[in-house]
Design a protein around this ligand. Structure first.
Ligand SMILES: Cc1cc2nc3c(=O)[nH]c(=O)nc-3n(C[C@H](O)[C@H](O)[C@H](O)COP(=O)(O)OP(=O)(O)OC[C@H]3O[C@@H](n4cnc5c(N)ncnc54)[C@H](O)[C@@H]3O)c2cc1C
Length: 288
């Protein structure tokens, strides 16, 4: 299909971008890598009158490594993020996501921040950013604020961004050496989107830090599982039945997505098995 007509604005600074968005409310959209937005325009799921293209804003594609954190700019492409040596060394979850998400063409154009702003129900990048305890730096012209990913993602394709605001960057704290991280995904056989996914970050030694687990694909929107994270702190390594029970308890109250391809009950089952197996493997590496 052909998109509805729109005006295109290509600012040079974030301030100009916010000024261009100002006053247009939900009639304006930010364009980053376009890997979700262009399809939405073509299918007329979205018909904004104004697109504000961030591609000419200097400095937004930076990846900055500081003591204790890595900051990923709004226009840093997914491919650039996962091939950055410090990112792959300190946040090995992200290269794992790249192997599970989309294809090289999409990752060459798509941004990590854009994927968080899209907040797709089956979003892999946003699940990883949630488990990595990321925060989003938001620019609103006169104001700047920073929200945790948990505060930022409100639902499927719903975020806390207000009209006129731009996500400038994603900040991720770099964990100490004593964590293991893994990304696991059950893919839709033909399109590759998530049927059930889990991003898991676990301390290697009990009592040293908290487990962080985020899921997407099976549930209505990407989200952390705080109940399971807390329960894992009290489970002795090797107690696989306790892990299974904790997973079942944490998954029981969640809402699941279902469609012609995979019912809600099927997605829930796949997610439960995925979590149980992954956590068991991570806490007892010798088990299969
Ligand atoms: C064929 C295909 C397969 C894919 N498979 C997967 C997959 O398996 N897993 C997965 O996780 N994703 C997948 N994606 C989505 C892909 O990762 C997108 O790149 C990502 O969802 C959006 O990033 P983008 O930079 O392209 O954002 P855009 O498409 O430009 O924008 C997406 C939305 O976010 C908003 N936005 C973007 N950046 C900002 C910002 N800085 N501030 C404010 N708002 C902003 C836009 O206004 C728009 O509403 C796939 C996409 C395609 C085309």
């Amino acid at each position: 299909m052909i998109p509805a007509p729109f005006a295109l604005h290509r600012p040079d600074t974030v301030e100009q971008a916010c000024a261009a968005l100002d006053g247009h409310g939900s009639d304006a959209e930010v364009l980053a890598g376009g890997q979700s937005l262009i399809a939405d325009l073509k299918l007329r799921r979205k018909s904004p009158r104004l697109l504000v293209d961030l591609s000419s804003v200097a400095g937004l594609d930076g990846i900055t490594v500081e003591p204790g954190r890595i900051t990923i700019g709004a226009m840093a492409r997914q491919a650039a993020v996962v091939t950055h040596p410090e990112v792959s060394q300190r946040l090995p979850l992200l290269p794992q996501v790249a192997r599970a998400a989309a294809d090289p063409m999409v990752r060459t154009r798509g941004t990590l921040v854009g994927a968080c702003c899209q907040a797709a129900a089956g979003g892999d990048w946003v699940a990883a950013a949630l488990a990595l305890d990321g925060t989003v730096v938001i620019e609103g012209g006169a104001t700047q604020r920073e929200l945790s990913l948990q505060e930022f993602v409100l639902g499927e394709e719903r975020t806390a961004l207000r009209p006129g605001e731009i996500a400038r960057s994603l900040r991720i704290p770099t964990p100490g050496a004593s964590v293991v991280m893994t990304y696991r995904k059950v893919k839709h056989v033909s399109v590759g989107w998530s049927v059930a996914s889990a991003a898991i970050v676990l301390p290697t030694r009990r009592g040293e830090g908290r487990a962080r687990i985020a899921v997407s694909g099976a549930v209505t929107h990407p989200q952390r599982l705080p109940e399971l994270e807390s329960a894992l702190a009290d489970i002795e390594p090797g107690r696989s039945q306790d892990i299974e029970d904790a997973v079942e308890t944490a998954l029981a109250p969640l809402e699941y997505r279902g469609d012609y391809y995979a019912s809600a009950a099927y997605r829930k089952r796949r997610l439960a098995v995925l979590l149980r197996r992954s956590i068991t493997e991570l806490v007892t590496p010798s088990s299969s």
